[in-house]
Design a protein around this ligand. Structure first.
Ligand code: ADP
Ligand code: MG
Length: 378
């Protein structure tokens, strides 16, 4: 008699343990009807227990799974020979909203007062699988990065020699046809060198440094660098920015981003146009926009421009935007987006968290430091 409260206590402990574990517990009877459906099962499958208890297990199973399961239960009831019981099985289960997910199920059977009850213990493997995929992707990328780095290293030196000799010969060549061919060699070598640089950057990105960088300064520096290209193409450039536009980041890499997007803008205006680079600080964020009046991006290409190797240019590598987006996103609060410009052309918007130290300077002091909008044309 004194065992009864003890047993009740044990039962309560067991029930609460099963109720609160991370694994889904689903118990059915020999007629395939659900008797028990714990909290984790509700979370994993997306059904509330009132929706399934007393119903056929079919309700939460895909029809093909359900048929096999029903057969296995019937076979066990008739033969008592376990086929799946005691084993772990990996399956693709389905949530209430129709989403399939990888799961591990182990089955157990209990006989109570001559009746059979089957319990499936379900582990949702979605997160495990996604972590595994991330690790294997990181490993693949590291291996690929190593390979790319070795190959680009091997190609770089002979390419430099070819380019160097071509330059020397161009200076000496008196025959116009030979000179033209040498110029082509030199240009193609330059293009290959750029591709190698971008491939290295894409596959072996490295951590960004954390220094205080003024994006307004950087934008002016880059537009000056591209001045000749602008003049040749009849592109009018204006740079206007509140100063300072300080962020914490990698000066070299951020300069590369501005170079890439400003070059894209110039390349989109082969017949000339206007390039406006404007920066502003809003609260604790800094935004630099690069707007051009160029060809614009076809709507069907807008989602593809960030894919590696996507290019619409005969001599493009299709890596500039992928690398740039990666660099910006590696920075605190960084985002890089492209959108159509009203009136034609494209706007590239780069947003980053402002350097917290620069935010400590009182606004009035910053304003007195501002020299207004600065325009520069090249
Ligand atoms: P690439 O410049 O080598 O083609 P990117 O990754 O820099 O590679 O750009 C990918 C593609 O995105 C370009 O080929 C072009 O089609 C499109 N694109 C990027 N920026 C612009 C822009 N400012 N105007 C029009 N198209 C653009
Ligand atoms: Mg580009």
């Amino acid at each position: 008699m004194s065992q009864r409260p003890e047993q009740e206590k044990e039962l309560a402990i067991l029930k609460s343990a099963v109720e609160n574990t991370n694994e889904g517990f689903v118990t059915i009877d020999a007629d395939h009807r659900v008797l028990f459906f714990n909290k984790a099962a509700e979370r994993i499958f997306g059904y509330r227990r009132e929706e399934v208890i007393g119903r056929d297990l079919d309700r939460i199973m895909a029809p093909s799974c359900s048929r096999n399961h029903r057969l296995a239960v019937r076979r066990y009831v008739e033969t008592r020979i376990p086929s799946r019981i005691g084993h772990d099985t990996e399956i693709t289960a389905t949530r209430k909203n129709g989403e399939p997910f990888p799961a591990n199920i182990s089955f157990s059977v209990s006989e109570v007062k001559g009746k059979l009850y089957f319990t499936g213990i379900i582990k949702d493997l979605t997160e495990t699988r996604s972590l595994e995929a991330q690790v294997s992707r990181a490993e693949r990328l590291a291996a690929l990065g190593q390979l790319v780095s070795e190959i680009t290293h091997e190609i770089k030196n002979p390419l430099m020699v070819i380019g160097g000799f071509a330059e020397q010969l161009i200076r000496r060549a008196s025959d116009e046809e030979i000179r033209e061919k040498l110029l082509i060699i030199s240009k193609e070598v330059g293009r290959l060198e750029q591709l190698l640089k971008e491939l290295r950057e894409f596959y072996t990105p490295g951590r960004p440094a954390k220094e205080s960088v003024d994006l307004a300064d950087l934008a002016r520096e880059v537009t000056l660098l591209l001045g000749d290209a602008c003049t040749r193409q009849g592109v009018q450039v204006t740079v206007s920015a509140d100063e300072p536009l300080r962020v914490r980041g990698d000066r070299h890499k951020l300069k590369q981003v501005l170079l890439n997007v400003i070059k894209n803008a110039i390349e989109a205006m082969p017949e000339g146009g206007a390039l406006a680079v404007y920066g502003l600080r809003s609260g604790d964020r800094v935004r630099v926009s690069v707007a051009d009046t160029g060809t614009g991006i076809a709507p069907e290409d807008l989602s593809r421009v960030f894919f590696p190797f996507f290019t619409t240019k005969r001599e493009g590598t299709g890596l500039g935007l992928t690398i740039s987006k990666g660099i910006v996103e590696d920075h605190e609060g960084g985002s890089l987006e492209l959108r159509p410009r009203e009136g034609g052309g494209t706007v590239c918007e780069i947003e980053l968290a402002a350097d917290p130290l620069s935010l400590e300077t009182p606004k009035s002091e910053q304003e007195s430091k501002q020299q207004g909008a600065r325009d520069g044309a090249c």
